[in-house]
Design a protein around this ligand. Sequence first.
Ligand code: IPD
Length: 277
Amino acid sequence: MADIWQDAMDHAVAIARRAGDVVREALLDDRMVMTKTSSVDLVTQTDQKVEKLIMQSVKDKFPTHRLIGEESVAAGEACDLSDAPTWIIDPIDGTTNFVHAFPFVAVSIGFSVNKQIEFGVVYSCLEDKMFTARRGKGAFCNGNVLQVSDQEDIRQSIIATEFGSSREPEAVNNIFSSLRSILCIPVHGVRTAGSAAINMCLVASGCVEAYYEIGIHVWDVAAASLIVSEAGGVLMDVDGGSVDLMSRRIVAANSRAIAERITEEIRSFSPPRDDAP
Ligand code: IPD
C-alpha cells in the first residue's frame, strides 16, 4: 500500500537540504546575533530566514497542514499541537554553535498526525549527515540503517546532555546536581554536542548510550524522537513515565535499563510547558 506521507517526507528532506545550503552560506558572513529569553538564548537572522523558507515551501505544497516553528513561537504564535497534520520545525538547532561556527548545527523537521510523529528529518548540515525516520520503517543516516548501542551497563556508557540557556542559580544547581550524580555512577564520559537533535541522533547512531535534558522545546526533539525510537531506542520522561513532547523534559536512551538508571539520578523540575496558554 502506498505511504500517504511519503510525498511530505520527500519534501521535508529536500527542504532540509536547501535550508542546510543557506546555513552553510551564512557561515561565510558575519552573523548578527540577537537574544531571546536571556542573554545566552541566541537567535540570528539566518534562523528566521531558514524558518520562513521552510514554512513558505510547506504552505505552498501542503496548504492545509499546520505549522509550529521555533521563531514563529518566539514571535508570539501559539504552540498548539492538534490532531491535524503538523510540521514541527527548528530551523537551526544549535544556534549557539552556529554563532561560533562550532560544527554541530541541524535543521530539524518533525511531522505529526493525531499527535504521533509520522516522520522525522534532522539534517546535520556542517557534517552533511541526513538523518531520517518514518514510523514503522526504521531510521537512517545518509541511507544507512541506524541502530542504537547494545550496551546495557551504564558504567560502560557515554551520556549526552546540555546546560541549557538559563543561568538562574537554582536552574544551574539542578543541572549540576544531576550531572554530578550521573558522572559519579561512574559513567565512561559525559558529552554535550550543543544541539538536542544531534545528541539524539548520536543515541540513534550508537555513539552515546543516552541523552537527557530539561528545558528543551518540542521543535528541538520532535523529529529526533522518532529517529531514536526507530533505531531501537526508548524515550522517557525524566521522572520515568511516558515522554510528553510538550513538557520540555526528555530522556532518550538505547535501552529501558539505561533510561531508568538515568531517571534515578536526575533532579527533576518542570519548566513552563510549550503549550502553556
Ligand atoms: C537548543 C539546543 C541546545 C539545548 C537547548 C535547545 P536551539 O536549541 O538544542 O543544545 O540545550 O535546550 O533549546 O535554540 O539552538 O534551537
